[in-house]
Design a protein around this ligand. Structure first.
Ligand code: NAD
Ligand code: UGA
Length: 311
């Protein structure tokens, strides 16, 4: 199949491109190299994909693209992963970028997908759409009340995706990813920062009391479910994708000490505005419709990211 991946040069997008190419698909990547982190890292992410004759990359911001419809024409599906990510950086003046890339970019892509008669679109939504609720695990049907401006833009885009799905012959699925980690993880994210600090014998920065919890998801498990969602899943539904258990940041630091065999020194900083306190995905719906079962234990996933950080 000819498949489009937006955000192809990013952490998750590049892994998805590798997987789709390995499965024999033709992959058309779109990435505007948003300067949230260095271009060299994104070029390294794409090094494998670029060796394939079945891969091409369009370097453009979606919202600025002139020829989006022609890029999409003839594609069996679009994976929409392009976004300005990062929860804690989404306040203040930087919010404009979140609106442009996440909301305006998504609407432009949806118009083009509908006009180009692309039959299927899979959207990378986020656990950040939930916000702080008193009940865990987080279920897809719960009321949504994001606590970060980033979460607001991811939710707005999710609404747009489902609205365009209903209004057109476009089968849409949103997957709400829960804090993804592994090789190529973005440099603003916790595990990347922690492992790099440990490698360089520096203290790690801990925000808040460290008792906040996350349902961390290993990249290969996420890519498994992304691949399945090409042909499985009920059109119009939203699915949580999480690692299967929640763990506190303090416990993560213990796991890092054990995996790396190094001392972990902590520099405590204030809790950050926009951070959810706890996340845990109810993945029953994804298990039922997409056959999703997270397989990677935290220690295994951390080891893989540690080896990548040290390489
Ligand atoms: P990333 O920053 O590594 O990748 C995103 C890529 O999209 C970047 O290469 C960037 O240049 C590109 N991009 C951004 N806006 C664009 C636009 N308007 N037009 C063209 N290219 C654009 O981020 P990631 O961690 O790989 O996240 C991928 C997706 O998954 C995002 O939509 C993010 O919101 C979502 N998500 C990520 C996580 C996580 O834990 N990493 C969790 C939940 C949801
Ligand atoms: C992650 C991604 O960055 C978002 O793009 C994504 O949308 C979100 O997951 C999601 O699941 O929807 P976050 O959970 O904040 O966001 O992921 P991390 O950066 O890995 O942070 C995890 C925890 O570690 C947070 O509580 C954070 O405050 C803490 N942290 C992070 C630190 O204590 N120190 C750091 O240096 C970085």
């Amino acid at each position: 199949m000819r498949l489009v991946v937006t955000g192809a040069a990013g952490f998750i997008g590049s892994h998805l491109c590798d997987r789709l190419l390995a499965a024999g698909h033709e992959v058309v990547g779109i990435d505007g190299y948003v300067p949230f982190y260095p271009r060299e890292m994104k070029e390294r992410n794409l090094a494998g994909a670029r060796t394939s004759s079945k891969f091409q990359l369009h370097e453009t911001l979606i919202e600025k693209a002139k020829n989006l419809e022609s890029i999409l024409e003839g594609s069996a599906a679009v994976y929409h992963l392009a976004a300005q990510a990062g929860v804690r950086a989404s306040w203040g003046d930087d919010f404009a970028g979140y609106v442009e890339h996440n909301v305006l970019g998504t609407q432009k892509l949806l118009e083009a997908a509908a006009n180009a008669k692309v039959p299927r679109l899979i959207y990378a939504s986020s656990s950040s759409v939930y916000g702080d609720v008193n009940e865990l695990p987080l279920r897809e049907g719960m009321a949504l009340s994001p606590v970060s401006p980033y979460g607001v833009t991811k939710l707005a885009a999710e609404h747009l995706v489902h609205l365009y799905g209903k209004a057109n012959a476009l089968s849409v699925t949103s997957l709400r990813f829960f804090t993804v980690y592994g090789p190529r993880q973005r440099p603003d994210m916790a595990f990347h920062r922690f492992l790099k600090a440990v490698r360089d014998s520096q203290p790690i920065t801990l925000y808040g009391d460290g008792e906040q919890t996350r349902d961390f998801t290993f990249i290969a498990d996420l890519v498994d479910v992304l691949e399945c969602s090409l042909v499985q899943g009920r059109p119009g539904l939203v699915y949580n994708v999480g690692g299967g258990q929640r763990i506190s940041v303090l416990k993560v630091l213990e796991a890092i000490a054990s995996v790396t065999g190094r001392e972990v020194r902590i520099d405590r900083q204030e809790g950050q505005k926009g951070d959810m306190r706890d996340t845990l995905a109810d993945t029953a719906q994804a298990a039922r419709d997409l056959g999703f079962i997270p397989k990677t234990p935290l220690a295994t996933g951390l080891k893989a990211e540690w080896e990548w950080i040290c390489s």
